[in-house]
Design a protein around this ligand. Structure first.
Ligand SMILES: C[S@@+](CC[C@H](N)C(=O)[O-])C[C@H]1O[C@@H](n2cnc3c(N)ncnc32)[C@H](O)[C@@H]1O
Length: 375
């Protein structure tokens, strides 16, 4: 737990999933800058909308000060971090109403704090919906660390909310401040994307914010041909499913399987669900928005397919992948296996050997290697 000083009081904040890296914090200067600026503006009586709060710093500071907060975001991990941090700060879980990215905002807001996300398509879809949920002259404060602030974020704000003013930099963070103009005519172009899944007749539809939304990931491309075609009715999990490419491919070539698709992104699971139902009308599958395999019973799968994430939000590292390998070991039935792909330089085979006795290479490209690890 670290202490985060805000104009609304000090908070104790931790990350979820917990990390062994002591340099990683559950808040940054952009969170503090947003709270300072809102504090200067003064708070009204109506609920405040917080968007893309990473670990709950924004929502919890405001809830602690007694305000009604709606927190809107795409990440189950962020939702879970907020729940843990509410508890750590002596607040009830229902102090903040979490609204997932696939749900509509319930009110019209006067004050909004927005963490600018890495994905511009997610930002654009959020601003498009937000535009219809703002009161005239509502204050929208958008913030990011300068090194993560995409140059076009300001253009999107101007297009959907109104002309913005950029703040001075403070501790390497910057804010873009907007008063909402409700008479704008924002673009209505399609934000969903799609492309074919090779060696099938399936299409992969991608909601805004989903991993690799414009083309198949080059790592996924290496793993697909390694997926077995003699699975019978094996229990198959697509772990960190994104648009569902791996599980859909397995389902196409193994007509009896009923895969489970898991991702921590609400948009990813919604995309995988749509892709599965469009490709296999009437066939069953499970869809879980969750943290890895934490909700899956031990020894309950014969095959796990995974192209692991190599970052959480802006932080790059293999901690999440290692956690998924460890969970896979527990969820695989004896004789089951994990199929995984990773960038060559990550040396996943060495890390897989910490959890699995037998690891074999199945395929490779110049940059990526696919492995099968046997339980
Ligand atoms: C590299 S992408 C792979 C997506 C897809 N399987 C593919 O091959 O295109 C990794 C995915 O893992 C998801 N993810 C990250 N952390 C996760 C966690 N703790 N639990 C479940 N999914 C997670 C991300 O949202 C992302 O969709």
């Amino acid at each position: 737990m670290q202490t985060c000083d805000t104009p609304f009081g000090a908070l104790s904040l931790g990350r979820y999933p917990p990390t062994r890296n002591p340099t990683l914090q559950a808040f940054d200067a952009a969170d503090q800058y947003l709270l300072q600026r809102l504090h200067e503006d003064g708070l009204g009586e109506q609920p405040i909308l917080v968007i893309n709060d990473a670990f709950g710093a924004l929502a919890i500071a405001l809830a602690k000060a007694g305000h009604r907060i709606h927190s809107w975001g795409d990440s189950w991990l962020a939702q879970r971090a907020m729940q843990d941090n509410l508890q750590a700060n002596g607040l009830d879980a229902d102090c903040v109403q979490f609204i997932d990215s696939q749900s509509l905002l319930p009110e019209h807001y006067q004050q909004v704090l927005l963490r600018i996300p890495k994905s511009l398509s997610l930002l654009e879809s959020q601003l498009r919906h937000l535009h219809s949920r703002l009161q005239p002259q509502a204050l929208v404060l958008a913030g990011a660390m300068i090194k993560h602030l995409p140059p076009s974020a300001g253009d999107l704000l101007a297009r959907y909310i109104g002309p913005y003013q950029a703040s001075l930099a403070w501790k390497k963070a910057r804010l873009l401040c907007v008063r909402a103009q409700t008479d704008l005519n924002p673009p209505t172009s399609e934000l969903n994307s799609h492309y074919p899944l090779p060696d099938t007749a399936l299409q992969l539809h991608n909601l805004p914010g989903v991993f690799s939304r414009n083309q198949l990931d080059i790592g996924t491309r290496v793993l697909l041909p390694c997926i077995p075609r003699d699975l019978g009715n094996a229990r198959v999990v697509d772990l960190g499913c994104g648009n569902g490419a791996l599980g859909l491919f397995a389902a196409w070539h193994n007509p009896e399987i009923q895969p489970t698709f898991i991702d921590e992104s609400y948009a990813a699971v919604a995309s995988a669900r749509k892709n599965f139902h469009q490709g296999f009308a009437g066939r069953s599958a499970q869809f879980l928005v969750s943290d890895g395999l934490t909700e899956v019973a031990p020894a309950s799968a014969e095959l796990i397919l995974c192209n692991p994430p190599f970052h959480q939000q802006q932080v790059i590292g293999d901690e999440i992948a290692l956690r998924l390998f460890k969970q896979s070991r527990q969820v695989l039935a004896p004789g089951g296996s994990l199929l995984v792909v990773g960038n060559r330089h990550l040396g996943y085979h060495i890390k897989l050997k910490r959890f699995f006795q037998r690891v074999e290479q199945l395929g490779s490209s110049a940059k990526f290697v696919a492995w099968r690890a046997w339980r």
